[in-house]
Design a protein around this ligand. Structure first.
Ligand code: ATP
Length: 341
């Protein structure tokens, strides 16, 4: 008999609590063998215990190693630093993976898109080193270390091999940022030549790469990017296949993972039962597959497959939230998936 996996659940801010509740509901109905450990982070935690990332949440993730997380709001241009970024750094979750593919029944600008974004998740301009040199002059430091560049390259090529993917394309701006992006690029090239010569490898300067993406995204297989480029290109790619409501994500480290959708907390639609829970649900399916691999437990994988089939059928039946052109609320979409399990 399968034992329950203890998973930290962080609902987050904005639409986070609604979409997390919907996903929990679907997983329970599918019989997922999960014992949730609810924890707070973000504005909810700030109101409750005076800090955005409480020690209790850090301890829980440390102990249980795996979390499903809703988005946490980050103030723009002032205030506390991003909780999302702090969690990734705290647990050294250096590889962010965002699969971008068409879903049957979801209108999109392109068809046959099936690409995976692998984003370095711990450094670059997200190092958070910003200074005021003198009033009116500020700077932000882009950090690249050989360790992190080599680590993400190895991870991406290994992932490509495991998933029978054919090609890795690195987006960079090493013509301008010769040292930082240069190191990133050299690390990827060395890893390719030395360890994975059978995987096709190409590079693109990011501006030209973005143009190619919007001309024909089907020409890409795995995109490997440093932190900020990965962030921006993730949303761009979401737009190619139907929007932020359909792109899931995972942050992997060597000893744990946090699963979260690409989108943010969408405060403009929070609390109105209109948010699409699908991206978080897809992230939860990625989590079940991760647990299946980690614990060698096929029950998690079967549960994930059932959920995936159910939401595929729901979408084909026209059950969609507003962002995808439908009229279902968050909770009603969850019910539609549950009916098809
Ligand atoms: P944050 O500050 O947390 O990044 P944001 O609103 O600036 O939040 P996103 O949450 O990524 O950024 O979303 C941008 C817009 O996309 C939102 O305003 C919302 O209208 C839409 N959106 C994002 N996620 C969803 C979703 N799951 N369902 C429906 N619409 C969404």
């Amino acid at each position: 008999m399968t034992s329950l996996s203890k998973i930290v659940l962080i609902p987050g801010d904005g639409i986070g609590p609604e979409i997390t509740a919907a996903v929990q509901h679907i997983l329970a109905a599918a019989g997922a063998q999960i014992d949730w450990v609810p924890c707070k982070a973000g504005l909810a935690a700030l109101e409750d215990c005076g800090e955005v990332l409480p020690e209790a949440t850090i301890d829980a993730v440390q102990q249980h190693k795996v979390a499903l997380k809703g988005p946490c709001t980050t103030p723009v241009g002032e205030g506390f630093s991003s909780v999302n970024v702090r969690l990734r750094k705290e647990f050294n979750l250096y590889a962010a993976v965002r699969p971008v593919r068409n879903l049957a029944g979801v209108d999109a600008r392109y068809q046959d898109v099936d690409l995976i974004i692998v984003r370095e998740n711990t450094e670059g301009l997200y190092s958070g080193v910003e200074n005021e040199i003198t009033p009116g002059v500020v700077m932000s430091m882009k950090v690249a270390t050989q360790t992190a560049c080599e680590r993400i390259s190895q991870w991406a090529f290994r992932y490509a091999t495991q998933r029978q993917r054919k090609k890795i394309t690195v987006f960079h701006k090493a013509n301008i940022m010769k040292m930082t992006d240069g190191l990133f690029l050299r690390s990827a090239a060395t890893c390719h030549q030395r360890d994975y010569p059978n995987i096709e490898y190409e590079t693109a300067i990011i501006d030209a790469g973005c143009m190619r993406l919007v001309q024909d995204p089907t020409q890409f297989d795995i995109l490997l990017l440093e932190n900020l480029y990965g962030d921006v290109v993730s949303d761009l790619c979401a737009g190619l296949v139907g929007g932020l409501g359909v792109v899931p994500g995972a942050n992997y480290g060597d000893d744990g993972a946090i699963f979260e959708a690409v989108h943010g907390s969408a405060p403009d639609i929070a609390g109105r039962n209109v948010a699409n829970p699908l991206a978080l649900l897809m992230s939860a399916v990625m989590m079940l597959n991760y647990l299946a691999d980690k614990d060698d437990d096929e029950v998690h994988r079967t549960t994930g497959e059932r959920i995936r089939e159910a939401y595929d059928v729901a979408l084909l039946d026209g059950c969609k939230t507003r962002d995808l052109g439908g009229d279902l609320g968050t909770a009603e979409f969850a019910e539609a998936v549950i009916e098809r399990l």
